[in-house]
Design a protein around this ligand. Structure first.
Ligand SMILES: [Zn+2]
Length: 706
């Protein structure tokens, strides 16, 4: 992106972010999910990092959320209520630790204190002489709103701090001076407690049920429920909402961080001793590895918690280090919000492609600028049908909000039209079928466009299934279900596309975990080289089965490594009568083979295989006609019937082939041997009738052994 492009983009992002933030923080109205807003902020942050001169003093990256409402009186915070930096991955957490190393100029591997990150409203409580005198929202970080009356409705919050016993303070590890100081602050000083006011999930549901009965507007979510009760003027409403408060910080007037109380863990316990609720889930973690374990366990159990959390706040446990590490920009170095992966994100639509479904319906898929959603990178998203594109008013190059929940295929939720620059392109319904190039139709009473050829999908599915089958490319694990999933999600149109599947594409599919995706990608990378005969067989040329494909490969007289263009050149040299001269190839088969080497669509597919990195090699046994001549079973024709006990039918066929022989399905006068296993079929009768040599399994094994 050029500087001037970045400048325009940054300005548009700022406008958009400010609009949603104003709604969210000031009007308590959620016009976009917090995750999507974060996604926009991250993009702006990245742009500003790349082009630092783009940073403006009023950029949303430069300030703390919200501004005080006019209707409340203002309170200036004794120490700013700062916002936190966000991290979404272990890598980002490690990078944070390294940044702190660099800042301190030494290896700093501290103990951390992990706290659940509650999704509520941050509030600062001031206790003077042990009595709650005022409560303020964060506001812009420096100045908040006086919400004392509403906060006082929180039943569990003490209006007077509890006085811990001497023994409790000793058990907490406080020395004599510290114990005296706390006693003094409770009697004549100021103690400030900071924490989060929240609404539990149970209360939220109960309230919404009640509101629904009364025909009142419902609460959008618990955070909204909290903000709406604390930031309004009638304490009766606040009381009805049954809020809770959990402490996350404690400030002792006249004392620096790390004096009196040494660690965050101790501070948490002290808050509890003073009668303020703290989260019993909070834990000391000896290092980042322990932090990661705590994070994973918490994410797994979050649904079972009585309240909503959106991550874990990781703090340096040693409070003396807090002033040493200090603040950079608007957020501290000593703590980090390690957030759960967002399930919504913003990204740009690069292209829209159409895929053919099982019923022939054409479904649009948006190809996206890859973006992380819910922990995985997503690069495509379904659009369902053309009506949906119209409903969204989506254009190519639009910035969109996408959502992924659980393992469900991601979808486009909204288009952020304010971010348009004029480079957007209209999306049109498809003119021809992307699979067969045929006509596209649309019934009057139907939403979907379809391929006019009803068999289009089935034929293609079968063709791809044939290519991956054992006798051809032998791509194990790529069963019909998987191929169907690839086809219907638009990841592939033909077998050649299988070789350029990307991990992030697979992770966007339903029921596709990391490991499964890795396996598929690895297999495709490992199996890029095919033998000529397997490749020809896999192409599904009419009338060309495994045997004919082997014959064809032989006739082309290729050796060593061969590129697909070389194969095409070799194939095109043969005319129909050249093929017909060979035994076993009749005129119909010969015509079909010649037609194949000159068909435009077939050649396009071959070229695509080549472009996607598929190469060929001549069969290992070097089974050219010349080489075959000297072999033990050269020119001998076998038919197998009944089941063999010592080897599979496939193994038997391979042995015969290696020794220069052939296997056929039907017994004719040209058959040399019929191998009869257990429960032979009608072929055995036919062989007897024609007087053809019959071999038992043992006799057959004898022949192929020597
Ligand atoms: Zn079609």
């Amino acid at each position: 992106m050029t500087y001037s492009e970045a400048k325009i983009r940054a300005a548009k992002l700022r406008e958009e972010i400010d609009f949603h933030r104003y709604n969210y923080h000031v009007l308590d109205r959620e016009t976009v999910a917090p995750a999507a807003l974060d996604s926009l902020k991250n993009e702006l942050f990245r742009l500003e990092r790349e082009f630092p001169t783009l940073i403006t003093p009023d950029s949303p990256t430069q300030r703390v959320a919200g501004r005080p409402l006019d209707k409340f009186s203002k309170i200036e915070h004794s120490e700013p209520m700062i916002s936190l930096f966000d991290a979404f991955s272990e890598e980002e957490m490690c990078a944070w630790e390294e940044r702190n190393d660099n800042y301190l100029g030494r290896r700093f591997r501290p103990e951390y204190y992990c706290e659940l990150k509650l999704d509520g409203l941050a509030v600062s409580l001031q206790y003077r002489q042990g009595l709650l005198v005022r409560a303020a929202t964060r506001g812009d970080g420096k100045i908040g709103e006086d919400v004392t009356n509403n906060i006082k409705t929180i039943g569990s919050l003490p209006l007077k701090l509890r006085r811990p016993t001497e023994k409790e303070l000793i058990d907490l590890g406080l020395d004599k001076a510290a114990r005296t100081k706390i006693g003094q602050l409770l009697t004549a000083g100021v103690i400030e407690i900071r924490g989060e006011a929240i609404m539990t999930k149970a209360v939220f549901e109960e309230l919404n049920k009640k509101y629904a009965r009364q025909g009142r507007p419902l609460l959008a979510n618990t955070r909204n429920g909290v903000a709406g009760s604390i930031r309004q003027l009638d304490p009766k409403i606040a009381a009805e909402r049954k809020l809770e408060f959990y402490a996350y910080d404690i400030l002792l007037d006249g004392y620096n961080r790390g004096e009196t109380i040494a660690t965050r863990a101790q501070a948490d316990k002290l808050s509890a001793l003073l009668g303020i609720k703290t989260l019993r889930q909070n834990r000391v973690s000896v290092d980042l590895t322990a932090v990661f374990a705590f994070y994973r366990a918490t994410e797994k159990n979050r649904a079972r918690l009585p309240f909503h959390i959106d991550g874990v706040v990781v703090k340096v446990n040693d409070l003396k280090m807090w002033p040493v590490l200090g603040v950079v920009g608007k957020a501290p170095r000593y703590e980090m919000a390690y957030k759960f992966s967002a399930e919504q994100a913003t990204t740009e639509v690069r292209e829209v492609v159409w895929q053919v479904g099982r019923t022939g319906a054409l479904t649009p898929t948006a190809l996206l600028e890859p973006v992380k959603v819910g922990g995985v990178t997503i690069s495509r998203s379904t659009l369902h049908n053309f009506d949906e594109i119209r409903r969204l008013d989506l254009k190519i190059n639009d910035t969109v909000i996408i959502e992924r929940s659980g393992d469900v295929i991601p979808k486009v939720l909204t288009v952020l039209k304010n971010l348009r620059t004029g480079r957007e392109r209209e999306i049109f319904p498809p003119k021809v079928c992307p699979m067969c190039g045929g006509e596209v139709i649309k019934e009057k009473d139907e939403v979907a466009y379809r391929c006019a050829d009803k068999r289009c999908y089935a034929v293609n599915l079968r063709r791809i299934g044939h290519f991956v089958s054992k006798g051809a490319a032998d791509l194990e694990g790529l069963g019909p279900k998987l191929i169907e999933q690839f086809l219907t999600s638009g990841l592939i149109k033909d077998a050649a596309d299988l070789y350029v599947l990307r991990k992030e594409d697979l992770l966007g599919l339903e029921r596709f975990a990391e490991k499964k995706a890795d396996n598929v990608i690895k297999m495709m990378a490992d199996r890029r080289v095919l033998t000529v005969e397997r490749f020809i067989y896999g192409l599904g040329i009419r009338h060309v089965g495994e045997e004919t494909a082997a014959l064809l490969a032989e006739a082309l007289r290729l050796s060593g490594k061969i590129s697909i263009p070389e194969l095409i050149r070799a194939g095109q040299k043969f005319q129909a009568d050249d093929w017909e001269k060979m035994s076993d190839i009749g005129p119909i088969v010969a015509r079909s083979i010649v037609a194949f080497w000159h068909d435009k669509h077939d050649l396009e597919l071959l070229k695509k295989f080549h472009d996607n990195g598929v190469t060929l090699r001549a069969t290992a046994s070097g089974s050219t006609a010349a080489a075959l001549a000297g072999k033990k079973l050269a020119g001998r024709v076998f038919v197998l019937t009944g089941s063999l006990s010592g080897l599979t039918r496939g193994e038997a066929k391979d042995k015969i082939k290696i020794l220069g022989g052939k296997t056929k399905e039907n017994v004719t006068r040209e058959t040399d041997y019929v191998v009869v296993g257990a429960d032979p079929g009608s072929k055995y009768e036919q062989a007897k009738k024609l007087g053809i040599k019959i071999l038992t399994e043992e006799e057959f094994l004898q022949i192929i052994k020597g």
